[in-house]
Ligand binder design. Structure first.
Ligand SMILES: NC(=O)c1ccc[n+]([C@@H]2O[C@H](COP(=O)([O-])OP(=O)(O)OC[C@H]3O[C@@H](n4cnc5c(N)ncnc54)[C@H](O)[C@@H]3O)[C@@H](O)[C@H]2O)c1
Length: 336
C-alpha cells in the first residue's frame, strides 16, 4: 500500500503530537523530523525511529517526501511554508497562518501559484461541536446573529511554556477569532482590545495574562473574545472555554470545559479531554488526528480544505487590528 510520506517540521510541543498522529495513521509514513535544535529534533525522531534533519532541505535531499506538517513558532511560518510550497510539497501549517498580515498574504500568494494542497491548522474546524454550530447558524434556525461571546481560559503553564514567543491573542485567541467569523458567517470589521498582566511577570515570563477584545462584525453583530492564561494548573479541566451566539430566533452555546466524563479518584477531581485528542488504547484519537486524516483525504481524493486560505488571511487581518488597538488604546478598523 502506498502511503503519504510526511516530515514534521518543528519538534516542540505541537510537533511531537503531530509526529505521533502521523506515525499512528496507517495511510501515512512519518519520514523525517526537522528541527535545527538537535536535542528536540533527535529526541522526537528517535521516539519514532525516523531520521532527524536540521533543515527541510537536508530532509528533501535525503528522503522522498510528499507533505510537511509545519509546527514551528508562529513568527517562522512564512519562510518555511513558502519554501515547502515552492518545492512542491503539500502543507499542513499550524495556526495562525502567519504572525503578520503581510506574511499571511505572502503565503496566500504562494499557495495560489502552487498546485499543492494547503490546510491551515485551525483545528476546531474539524470539531463536530463547532461544525454543528456552524451548520445550525447556516440553516437559519438561530435567525440573524445579534451578539456573540467566545472565551478560552487555559492553564498558566501554557503561557509559561510559550515564553513570550507569541502574544496570547495570537497563540490562543486565533481559534476564537476564526470561530466568530466562521460560525456567524460575517467578518470582524472593528476591534478594541485591552490586556492585564499580573501572573506571568511574577513567574518570570514576558507576556500578558489576559486579552479582552470587543468586536463589531460586518453584519452588525457585536461580540467579545476573552483569552486568558490565568487558570490554575490544578483546575479539573485543562481548558475552560465556551462559545455563545444569541440570534433573533434562537441561541446556541458550545461549552467545552467538561467533555462528558467526570472523574474523582485518589489523584483528585478531573474533567478529562474526550474530544480533542484523548489517548485511548494507546493511540491519540479525536479532533486533532481527524484534522490530519482530512489532510490525507485532500491529497488522496482532492477534497477541498475545510478552511479557505482567504479565511485564514481574514483571521490574520483581525490579529493585525488587535495589535493596532493595543498600541493606540482605541478601536481599530480591520484592514481589507
Ligand atoms: N492547533 C493547536 O491547538 C495548537 C496548539 C499549540 C500550538 N500550536 C501552534 O503550533 C506551532 C508550534 O507551537 P509549539 O507550542 O509547539 O512551539 P514550541 O516552541 O514548543 O516548538 C517549536 C519547535 O520549532 C523548532 N524550530 C524553530 N525554528 C525552526 C526551523 N526553522 N525549522 C524547524 N524547526 C524549528 C523549535 O526548536 C521547537 O522545537 C505554533 O504555530 C503554535 O501556534 C497549535
Amino acid at each position: 500500500m502506498t502511503t503519504t510520506r510526511v516530515a514534521v517540521v518543528g519538534a516542540g510541543r505541537m510537533g511531537q503530537v503531530h509526529c505521533r498522529i502521523v506515525s499512528e495513521n496507517p495511510r501515512a509514513t512519518l519520514a523525517a523530523v526537522v528541527d535545527p535544535f538537535e536535542d528536540s529534533g533527535r529526541r522526537a525522531a528517535e521516539q519514532h525511529a525516523v531520521p532527524w534533519f536540521a533543515t527541510l532541505d537536508e530532509a528533501i535531499t535525503a528522503t522522498k517526501l510528499d507533505a510537511v506538517i509545519i509546527a514551528v513558532p508562529d513568527k517562522l511560518h512564512v519562510g518555511v511554508t513558502v519554501h515547502a510550497l515552492e518545492v512542491g510539497l503539500h502543507v499542513l501549517v499550524e495556526k495562525p497562518l502567519a504572525d503578520t498580515l503581510e506574511g499571511a498574504l505572502t503565503i496566500a500568494a504562494s499557495a495560489e501559484k502552487s498546485s499543492s494542497k494547503v490546510l491551515v491548522g485551525h483545528v476546531l474546524r474539524h470539531d463536530p461541536r463547532f461544525r454543528l454550530a456552524a451548520n445550525t447558524v447556516c440553516s437559519g434556525k438561530i435567525g440573524e446573529s445579534v451578539h456573540v461571546r467566545a472565551s478560552r481560559i487555559v492553564p498558566r503553564s501554557v503561557g509559561v511554556a510559550n515564553r513570550g514567543a507569541s502574544p496570547i491573542y495570537m497563540y490562543q485567541g486565533i481559534h476564537d477569532i476564526d470561530l466568530v467569523q466562521w460560525i456567524t458567517g460575517s467578518p470582524i470589521v472593528r476591534v478594541c482590545a485591552t490586556t492585564a498582566c499580573k501572573i506571568l511577570p511574577a513567574l518570570g515570563v514576558e507576556g500578558v495574562d489576559v486579552a479582552l477584545i470587543l468586536c463589531e462584525l460586518e453584519d452588525g453583530t457585536i461580540g467579545s473574545i476573552e483569552i486568558s492564561w490565568a487558570l490554575l494548573d490544578s483546575a479539573p479541566s485543562g481548558l475552560a472555554s465556551s462559545f455563545e451566539l444569541y440570534g433573533t430566533e434562537g441561541t446556541l452555546k458550545v461549552d467545552v470545559t467538561a467533555e462528558g466524563v467526570d472523574l474523582l479518584t485518589a489523584d483528585g477531581h478531573s474533567l478529562p479531554n474526550t474530544v480533542l485528542s484523548p489517548e485511548l488504547d494507546g493511540s491519540l484519537e479525536g479532533v486533532v488526528p481527524q484534522q490530519f486524516e482530512y489532510f490525507l483525504q485532500m491529497i488522496e481524493f482532492d477534497r477541498p480544505s475545510r478552511i479557505g486560505i482567504d479565511e485564514a488571511v481574514s483571521a490574520a487581518r483581525v490579529l493585525d487590528a488587535i495589535g493596532e488597538s493595543l498600541t493606540t488604546g482605541a478601536w481599530a478598523k480591520v484592514r481589507l
